[in-house]
Design a protein around this ligand. Structure first.
Ligand SMILES: Cc1cc2nc3c(=O)[nH]c(=O)nc-3n(C[C@H](O)[C@H](O)[C@H](O)COP(=O)(O)OP(=O)(O)OC[C@H]3O[C@@H](n4cnc5c(N)ncnc54)[C@H](O)[C@@H]3O)c2cc1C
Length: 443
């Protein structure tokens, strides 16, 4: 049995602790804030609206994650599932919301794409295996397979909605490694997806009282609750292992020896860890890893303000449309219980790599600049009856074209600092599902 320290009580840190405990190890989770769940922050407001500061949906795309949630006892009764089949996604083009269902017939019919783009999209199935530059941007990789229009009107808005990013600056092999492998081994991405033997049916879920219920359930299942409001004073390697000196609130500092440490704190915060000078020098240069600012603006309405009830997931905006926001989720249409009776909640995403300055506007400036456009798009009468904003100065890590360099610096750090693992979302993917990816075990 090893004694293990985990830095950060976000979803990743809690998952690592949960799995290590199952293997018989003893885990102590250190969290600097008061809050469990990191970027997962849910608030039920007095008005009855339920807002999420960050992530709104968890995509379950494997048996492993599905089973994990079932293991967490009472949490399984709290699941709310989006009806993916019925809920349309929309893409804005020429001020029109174009429905987009990911099935071939709907794609053939969609007015979003020209006939030429549809032909390029569907003819990809015949693409032969051919050498491809493994260092392409996501945009170029997608263009190579499906043409420029599909990259502009399908990929670009999708990346705005997931990474708050720009596909022209993201690395294909780091953001979508499975698609790049499929292309290399099969030639066609569509053929490869069709031949996929994994019959797991993806689900998009949240919980009745929001996504924060997941990290809370994980932390409650740990033998030792995470230690919150903790300041790390020293993290040093000696002959016996990793000695951590820490202080909880205003209590006297304590020291504890660990066999291994997993850091799951945000990339740029690793530089301020109180490591020895030697280990500090090996910390990867995360200053090159961009995390663009994003603001998440929740707006509530009385249902009478809407011409008809909103139905669908929401809409995303391609950068070619030159709008000042990234997209809108129809939050109360995706999951029940997000708005009081006879009310509707939407969430507007602002900023990202495309328009970082917009994210810094005050809530009132954001509303006066963006709301008229949203209002006309969704045919809403009058002003919102509820608003709430969360600003993220550093949102989501962008796996850009020089991400190889960061990965090799991480490996170099871990080679030199035995049993200290850098396990944040700059490594195995940025989604909540990626927080459940495998991790190295201590030696
Ligand atoms: C606006 C936004 C929208 C998103 N939407 C989605 C979505 O819809 N679906 C999806 O799948 N993903 C989404 N994501 C991504 C996803 O939420 C994150 O990638 C994921 O939550 C990261 O989890 P984590 O545990 O790695 O890091 P975090 O959640 O950042 O947790 C790290 C923890 O470390 C703590 N910490 C920091 N410094 C120290 C220290 N010195 N000592 C101890 N603790 C420390 C922090 O307080 C925090 O609790 C979104 C992200 C953002 C920002």
């Amino acid at each position: 049995m090893a004694n293990i320290a985990i830095l950060g009580a976000g979803l990743r840190g809690l998952y690592i602790a949960y799995e290590l405990e199952k293997l018989g190890h003893q885990c102590t989770v250190f969290e600097s804030s008061q809050h469990i769940g990191g970027a997962l922050v849910t608030t039920r407001h007095d008005s009855g609206f339920l807002t999420e500061d960050g992530a709104h949906t968890l995509l379950i795309n494997s048996e492993k994650v599905d089973n994990l949630i079932q293991e967490l006892g009472a949490l399984r009764n709290e699941i709310v599932q989006a009806d993916s089949q019925k809920l349309n996604r929309f893409i804005l083009r020429n001020n029109q919301l174009n429905p987009l269902q990911p099935n071939p017939l709907a794609l053939l019919k969609t007015p979003l794409l020209s006939i030429k783009a549809k032909y390029q999209l569907f003819s990809e199935i015949f693409r032969k295996q051919q050498p491809i530059d493994s260092d392409l941007s996501l945009y170029d990789f997608f263009k190579e397979h499906f043409g420029a229009e599909c990259s502009d009107y399908l990929l670009d808005p999708f990346i705005a909605g997931t990474y708050a990013g720009d596909p022209k600056t993201l690395s294909a092999k780091h953001t979508f490694p499975k698609l790049v492998k499929a292309s290399e081994s099969n030639g066609s991405i569509i053929r490869s997806l069709l031949s996929n033997k994994n019959k797991f049916k993806n689900k998009i879920i949240s919980f009745k009282e929001g996504l924060v219920q997941l990290p809370i359930a994980l932390s409650q299942s740990l033998k030792q609750a995470p230690i919150t409001e903790t300041k790390l004073i020293e993290v040093v390697h000696n002959k016996e292992g990793w000695n951590i000196q820490f202080q909880v609130k205003n209590e006297l500092p304590k020291s504890q020896l660990f066999d291994a440490v997993y850091s799951t704190i945000p990339a740029h915060k690793n530089h301020s860890l109180p490591l020895s000078e030697l280990a500090k020098n090996d910390i990867p240069d995360f200053s090159t890893l961009e995390h663009p600012p994003v603001s998440v603006l929740s707006l509530g309405f009385h249902s009478e303000q809407l011409k008809e009830p909103l139905s669908g997931f929401g809409y995303l905006i391609p950068s070619k449309e030159k709008e000042d926001y990234l997209g809108v989720l129809f939050t109360s249409s995706i999951f029940k219980n997000r708005a009081p009776e006879n009310h509707t909640l939407i969430t507007v995403f602002v900023g990202g790599a495309r328009n970082p300055k917009m994210a810094s506007l005050s809530e009132s400036d954001m509303i006066s600049k963006l709301y008229p456009k949203i209002q006309s798009c969704l045919q809403i009468k009058g002003d919102p009856v509820f608003s709430y904003t969360r600003h993220w100065e550093s949102s989501i890590p962008q796996y850009s074209m020089d991400h190889d360099k960061i990965i090799s610096q991480i490996q170099n750090f871990e080679n030199k600092n035995s049993n200290f693992f850098l396990s944040g979302n700059y490594r195995n993917g940025i989604s909540l599902g990626d927080c459940f990816s495998d991790f190295p075990l201590p030696i």
